[in-house]
Design a protein around this ligand. Structure first.
Ligand code: IPE
Ligand code: IPE
Ligand code: MG
Length: 225
């Protein structure tokens, strides 16, 4: 059983296109899948789940699509009240600076309200980019005035958005794409990967179960023998 699963929630647009629906309908369906998969991960006792919801590159999309995604995020954050009894600790990773003020406030509220939860820790990546994360970590390190020889891997890890969280053991990308798209590029150094042609809105607990089964049969060597 992995300790930390990271998912690239991809394929919402193609799911909608296949049905002759607007891309935003794919994001609505994807958000539903996200909620049920997060709940399932909590139920099976997973410690950490990180989901890629919006990348630093996704601002390139048409404004109405970006707005639709931001509105879904807003709804989710408001809705979170209803899931309080689920014992899920929610954290957000990524650069919040350009987000709407009300969304930033809701993100903080969700983090605060859930900070003592002892079940799944759910990281939601919003305006997240792995390269941006590393640039910001380097800036913080330089600002702190440490000497070059004091810089090591641990110090860099400690200055990433994910500080305190173990690296993902397992990265899942549905939708038939075989790339990281700037996701957790530092943290994924030794992650196992799992790809699938299923589009994210169609992704089920069964698919996750299958992936975890596959993971449990892998031989991780970390450079050893
Ligand atoms: C993932 O689905 C959601 C986000 C990137 C926000 P896409 O919207 O990328 O779906 P496809 O890849 O176009 O099908
Ligand atoms: C990665 O998916 C980002 C999220 C799922 C949030 P994209 O759809 O943006 O990735 P590319 O553009 O296909 O690499
Ligand atoms: Mg995509």
């Amino acid at each position: 059983m992995p300790q930390h699963i990271a998912i690239i929630m991809d394929g919402n647009g193609r799911w909608a296109k296949k049905r002759g629906l607007p891309r935003s309908a794919g994001h609505v369906a994807g958000a539903k899948t996200f909620k049920s998969i997060a709940r399932y991960c909590n139920k099976i006792g997973l410690k950490y789940l990180t989901v890629y919801a919006f990348s630093t590159e996704n601002w390139k999309r048409p404004e109405d699509e970006v707005n639709a995604i931001m509105n879904l995020l807003r709804d989710y954050l408001k809705d979170a009240e209803n899931f309080k009894d689920e014992n899920i600790r929610v954290r957000f990773i990524g650069d919040r600076t350009p987000l709407a003020e009300d969304i930033k406030a809701l993100m903080e509220k969700n983090e605060n309200d859930s900070k003592n939860a002892t079940g799944l820790t759910l990281y939601i990546a919003i305006n997240y980019g792995g390269r941006d994360e590393i640039v910001k970590a380097v800036q913080k390190i330089v600002d702190s005035g440490v000497k070059a020889e004091e810089i090591n891997e641990q110090l860099i890890s400690n200055n990433l958005y994910t500080h305190g969280c173990p690296d993902p053991d397992f990265i899942i990308r549905p939708s038939g794409e075989y790339r990281l798209s700037n996701y957790l590029i530092w943290q994924s150094a030794y992650s196992e990967f799992w790809y699938s042609d299923v589009l994210w809105p169609d992704f089920t607990e069964k698919d996750l179960e299958k992936a975890i089964n596959d993971f449990s049969n892998r031989n991780r060597r970390f450079g050893g023998i």
